[in-house]
Design a protein around this ligand. Structure first.
Ligand SMILES: *[C@@H]1O[C@H](CO)[C@@H](O)[C@H](O)[C@H]1NC(C)=O
Length: 621
């Protein structure tokens, strides 16, 4: 087939869905009002202080802190009508961040648990926010590193089971349920409507969820500004989260988080006129108040009964991960996720100007999880779910680069309202930009970022296996429309490549080693990626400053996000981010002794530099 023919066919596919998106939603809405008259459990003394409601409250910028967690796309890797679960999960995650005053770590409540397990709702065929909050009040919730999004529900191939709530996977072996994992819960929840109460609830407690009429104009034509429907649309078929409100040029608006990816609207968000119930946004809202399960962290302890639950499918998830079972059995994947690569002379010799000017002076300690009271890190990931994949090289490098963009936007430029960034490790795997699920070279990821730019995490959902069709446009950034496919169909025929996506670029690539250069890079620009010898002892790490000399063959890539000195012993250590989920180590992170080339940690490090218009100003003085 000629390229032009393919382009025309793709155009026709997207065009035919262009005409039917709102019809699809009307036929199969992702917001379906529950027949149950759930009112919530808000206590009688729950009241608003209306006098203290401000004119404007935008949770993406409150006194220089952005409280909004990462942007998602509910339609990946194939269409799923899970807006109701997405907005409930994001509003809870945002509220946890608010309750924790923005402190590390972000908690990303897994929408998948609702889609598979909230039986009052209909999975990928729609649901109601109030019944999802009720589910979260009666059941334990988990984070995305326990239960990654599949875009499949109990209605189309991904039934609720203990292993759906939290899983982990090893190479050559079945997946399993971790012995213990962190849990979250909804304390109170209730209904709300009308501008006045919505403003009070949002300003006093954080984002809420609302049903709206997602019109074709909103889906296809909205690119920014304050949206106003003039057709009287009020057919409630979609669920979103209202994350703030304000006034712009005399026009009152709601600031709304959508779950259609970063390529849509204002980097995944939109504004809509306030006070006139436009697209029905002020008529049917709900909210949940998270229970404080983190001050004294709540854990689930897995029982034998749960492990033996016949509904558990340990070998594979729903399609498309199903076929990977075969690959693992055939041992096509190797155990090491690190492949040694060649650095160019230029990459080895490059030293940024700001570092040259430092004259070897570095701060004693720095931690980007808490730099002057703020957390600059992108979200936590787990490379081993839904199935095992040796993508550490892609995770360590993309997370370090995403963190550097956050630092650059929020700290250097002072653009607090810029959404927290995540970069797609799956797009990197799909493009073989350094390797695949059998391991790879982190240097190539930065080169790819320099040459092509890396798409946002919401462009390509992490599915933990290699693409058939290497780096096709569809495998870099995609969007899909409904209806949700049946259990035995991929639904890919209703997806198309998104052409206009942000390409997050790196200016340069640098390869370096040794504690001094590593400290200089971390202190000046942010997290770096490094090789490590991931031994059995490292696998079993539970906390503290790790030390295990004499191991020198790199087989894993992690990111270093800071360093410090232990107050009692005077031991210097690195602060590392792993990609093995929050149930590993210190909430997914670790500390390791510095200067002894412990587990080869100081041998092979690399960094990229956010390529944005403005020049760098010095972060560290
Ligand atoms: C989108 O905008 C175009 C150009 O202004 C217009 O022709 C079209 O009708 C709009 N589509 C919808 C669904 O509003």
């Amino acid at each position: 087939m000629k390229l032009t023919t393919i382009v025309v066919i793709l155009g026709l596919i997207s065009l035919s869905y262009t005409l039917t998106f709102s019809e699809q939603l009307r036929k199969q809405p992702c917001y379906v009002k529950s027949d149950l008259d759930v009112q919530g459990n808000i206590k009688a003394d729950y009241m608003y202080d209306y006098d203290s409601v401000p004119e404007e409250k935008l949770w993406n910028d409150v006194d220089g802190t952005n409280y909004l967690t990462v942007v998602k796309n509910q339609h990946l890797p194939q269409y799923c009508g899970s807006c109701w679960a997405q907005c409930v999960a994001s509003s809870l995650s945002d509220r946890i961040k608010i309750m924790r005053k923005g402190a590390w770590p972000d908690v990303n409540i897994a929408p998948q648990v609702f889609v598979s397990c909230s039986m009052e709702d209909n999975g990928c065929h729609g649901g109601d926010m109030i019944t999802a909050f009720q589910f979260g009040n009666e059941n334990e919730l988990t984070d995305e590193t326990c239960s990654i999004y599949h875009a499949r529900g109990h209605d189309n191939g991904y039934e609720c089971a203990p292993v759906v709530k939290c899983r982990n996977c090893n190479p050559y072996d079945d997946c399993f349920i971790p012995d213990t994992y962190k849990t979250y819960k909804v304390a109170q929840f209730g209904r709300i409507s009308g501008e006045k109460d919505m403003m009070a609830e949002i300003s006093q407690n954080g984002p809420i969820t609302c049903a709206i009429d997602a019109t074709d104009e909103l889906y296809y034509n909205y690119t920014g500004g304050i949206f106003e429907d003039k057709t009287g649309a009020s057919d409630l078929n979609h669920g979103i989260s209202v994350v703030g409100y304000g006034v712009e040029d005399g026009v009152k608006y709601w600031h709304v988080r959508n779950s259609w990816g970063e390529t849509w609207g204002e980097k995944g968000f939109f504004k809509v006129v306030r006070g006139v119930n436009n697209i029905g946004i002020e008529s049917d809202c709900a909210f949940g108040i998270p229970e404080d399960t983190w001050t004294d962290q709540a854990y689930h302890t897995t029982t034998d009964e749960e492990r033996k639950d016949p509904r558990n499918d340990y070998t594979n998830g729903p399609y498309p991960t199903k076929k990977v079972e075969k690959l693992i059995k055939e041992k096509e994947y190797t155990h090491s996720c690190y492949i040694e690569g060649e650095w160019t002379e230029e990459e080895r010799n490059f030293v940024p100007e700001q570092i040259q000017e430092m004259n070897d002076e570095v701060p004693e300690a720095i931690d980007w999880r808490n730099y002057e009271g703020k957390n600059y890190l992108s979200w936590n990931k787990n490379q081993h779910i839904p199935i095992y994949c040796g993508s550490c090289w892609a995770e360590g490098s993309t997370s370090a680069l995403a963190d550097r963009f956050n630092i650059y936007n929020w700290l250097t430029l002072g653009k607090t309202s810029e959404p927290q960034l995540s970069l797609s490790a799956q797009a990197i795997v799909n493009c073989h930009a350094g390797g695949d699920c059998s391991g790879g070279f982190h240097g190539q990821v930065y080169r790819y970022a320099q040459q092509n730019g890396i798409p946002h995490g919401s462009c390509e959902q992490y599915i933990a296996h290699n693409a058939d069709d290497i780096c096709s446009a569809f495998n870099v950034c995609r969007e899909c429309v409904g209806p949700a496919p049946p259990a035995d169909e991929t639904g890919f025929d209703k997806c198309w490549p998104v052409e206009n996506y942000n390409r997050y670029k790196s200016k340069k690539v640098r390869s370096f080693s040794g504690a001094q250069a590593m400290k200089e890079e971390i202190a000046t620009f942010g997290p770096i990626s490094c090789g490590i010898d991931s031994t059995e002892a490292f696998h079993n790490y539970k906390g503290g400053i790790f030390e295990e000399k004499g191991q020198t063959s790199i087989n894993h890539i992690i990111s270093l996000v800071g360093y410090g000195v232990d107050q009692e012993t005077g031991t210097e250590y690195w602060i590392g981010r792993n990609s093995w989920g929050t149930y590993w180590g210190e909430g997914g992170f670790f500390r390791i002794k510095m200067h002894s080339d412990n587990n080869a940690i100081e041998r092979d490090c690399a960094a990229g530099y956010p390529d944005v218009e403005e020049d760098y100003s010095q972060i560290f003085e």
